[in-house]
Design a binder for this molecule. Structure first.
Ligand SMILES: *[C@@H]1O[C@H](CO)[C@@H](O)[C@H](O)[C@H]1NC(C)=O
Ligand SMILES: *[C@@H]1O[C@H](CO)[C@@H](O)[C@H](O)[C@H]1NC(C)=O
Ligand SMILES: *[C@@H]1O[C@H](CO)[C@@H](O)[C@H](O)[C@H]1NC(C)=O
Length: 213
């Protein structure tokens, strides 16, 4: 990081900052030989070592551990729903405070300041399709701050915009491909219906397709 050389008696020591990352951020405090590093970033945390070489004496070492915490920003809750059969959805919520966040404690609580459900990063909730929602809250804490976020099992399992077709939200990723295929089938079926309708002048029927992933 830096090499400090004592000056002649009465003169200040010389400071040579060897490591580019610390240029302009290092200050030596007069004769006390205290080194100050300013404008810290998380990359500065870790072990620091002082090596003191005195001519004619043994080398002397000191170790310093620098711990840094960053204020938590908004939490992100990742959602992983899996259909478990029998109209039940297993949804795993994972609380994420972003990169650089470490040494966190997590608390998952039920609705309206309810019971503690888990103190792990992830929480598994079983939601029966059509049942009432039971929102959960993740609260993450590090040594300097606290942040929380809410998640809805009902929205995760049934989808916020498609309450009538829960299977769609569950299948959304694979669903696009399936929908493409269904779209082609539908076009074929509609054509067949139109042809049939021309013969019979009967109103067409609406069809719904189960998601097949
Ligand atoms: C520390 O950062 C502030 C704001 O970015 C800047 O104004 C200041 O000059 C910096 N100080 C040092 C010693 O780099
Ligand atoms: C859903 O969760 C229950 C309870 O934890 C578990 O027994 C079951 O195996 C899970 N099913 C799936 C498909 O993940
Ligand atoms: C499905 O849910 C119903 C209603 O809760 C229950 O009676 C039944 O035993 C369940 N079936 C299976 C296979 O879990």
């Amino acid at each position: 990081l830096a090499v400090i050389t004592p000056g002649e008696p009465g003169a200040l020591p010389r400071v040579a900052v060897e490591d580019e990352r610390y240029r302009g951020r290092v200050r030596l405090h007069g004769q006390s030989y205290s080194l100050e590093i300013s404008n810290l970033t998380l990359a500065d945390r870790g072990e620091y070592k002082l090596e003191q070489n005195t001519i004619g004496h043994n080398v002397h070492f000191c170790d310093y551990h620098l711990t840094l915490y960053q204020r938590l920003s908004q939490l992100e809750i990742k959602i992983h729903p899996v259909m478990a059969g029998n109209s039940t959805c297993n949804v795993t919520f994972t609380c994420s405070a972003g990169e650089g966040a470490w040494n966190l404690t997590y608390t998952w609580t039920g609705p309206a300041g309810g019971a503690v459900l888990s103190t792990k990063e992830s929480l598994l909730v079983q939601h029966r399709l059509g049942d009432e929602d039971t929102p959960v809250t993740c609260t993450a804490t590090n040594n300097v701050s606290t942040s929380s976020a809410n998640a809805s099992p009902k929205a995760a399992c049934e989808g916020p915009t498609l309450p009538q077709t829960p299977a769609l939200s569950y299948c959304r990723t694979k669903g696009l491909l399936v929908l493409g295929v269904l779209g082609s089938l539908l076009a074929g079926i509609v054509t067949a219906h139109v042809l049939a309708a021309r013969e019979q002048t009967r109103p067409g029927e609406e069809r719904s397709f189960p998601c097949a992933c």
